[in-house]
Write a protein that binds this ligand. Structure first.
Ligand code: ADP
Ligand code: MG
Length: 246
């Protein structure tokens, strides 16, 4: 089966900082890959490369059959990739001047040319799926952080992505709201969505991930099934990281 993501020998620099070093990573359809590692290790940069939010210097990256070229080359596939990849950030980044429902309707109408009524129908289904259909006409700022993040997930799903990227989606939330967002993500995973998730929620990783990747200093130093990585880490850096966070 064709991979959704294929990263081969990918290197990225920020000036002198070799932020991603020889990354080789493939993600299969339906797979949930959780990326863990200390702050500054390159997790966000890694997943931002996957939808072209960051350029890279060398190596190759193919997302759902579309190749994204290294920096300087023609990026003709960037729009194709962005259409197929949904992203959810730590900060929800909702459009503050639009209602919850309009936030979810916007991209399908603008990017895919959906009609207003089609977009509205599918927005209501998505809001129902993330449990906030009753908030559709509110402004984002009237919602709790957990509700706003669920809107952000619905908004990303509205583009019917082949891949969802999550960068610490619960890190900005009050503790009592973390569970409701993780529940939505768990459901998505169960329904077969292909996902790459950066998170510090190790319980979620253990339960939902098919594979856990530990990054240190821009390198993948360990990867495997959650039970193997969490219970029998092979690399001493992974051991020391886990002893601090578990
Ligand atoms: P993580 O998400 O694991 O905390 P990041 O991918 O955000 O790590 O950052 C990895 C490293 O790259 C850090 O040292 C960070 O300071 C640096 N970095 C991130 N973004 C930029 C940028 N736009 N310009 C320069 N350095 C950056
Ligand atoms: Mg980060």
């Amino acid at each position: 089966m064709q991979h959704i993501v294929d990263m081969t020998n990918l290197d990225k620099y920020f000036g002198d900082l070799h932020v991603l070093q020889d990354i080789n990573l493939s993600v299969s359809p339906g797979e949930v890959v959780v990326v863990i590692g200390a702050s500054g290790s390159g997790k966000s940069t890694l997943i931002r490369c996957v939808n072209g939010l960051e350029e890279f210097e060398s190596g190759s990256l193919v997302v759902d059959g579309h190749e994204l070229a290294p920096k300087g080359a023609n990026q003709q596939n960037l729009q194709n990739i962005r259409k197929e990849v949904g992203m959810v950030f730590q900060q929800f980044n909702l459009f503050p001047h639009l209602s919850v429902k309009d936030n979810v309707m916007l991209a399908p109408m603008k990017v895919r040319g959906a009609s207003r009524s089609e977009a509205a129908d599918s927005a209501m289904k998505l809001l129902d799926r993330v449990g906030i259909a009753n908030q559709a006409d509110k402004s984002p700022k009237q919602l709790s952080g957990g509700q706003q993040q669920r809107v952000a997930i619905a908004r990303a799903l509205a583009m019917e992505p082949r891949l969802m990227l999550f960068d610490e989606p619960t890190s900005a939330l009050d503790p009592e709201m973390i569970g409701e967002v993780l529940d939505v993500m768990r459901e998505l995973a169960k329904e077969g969505m292909t996902m790459m998730v950066v998170t510090h929620e190790m319980g979620f990783a253990r339960e939902v991930a098919d594979r856990v990747i530990y990054i240190h200093g821009g390198r993948i130093v360990e990867e495997g099934k959650p039970a193997d990585v969490f219970d029998h880490p092979q690399n001493e850096r992974t051991q020391s990281f886990l002893s601090r966070v578990l």
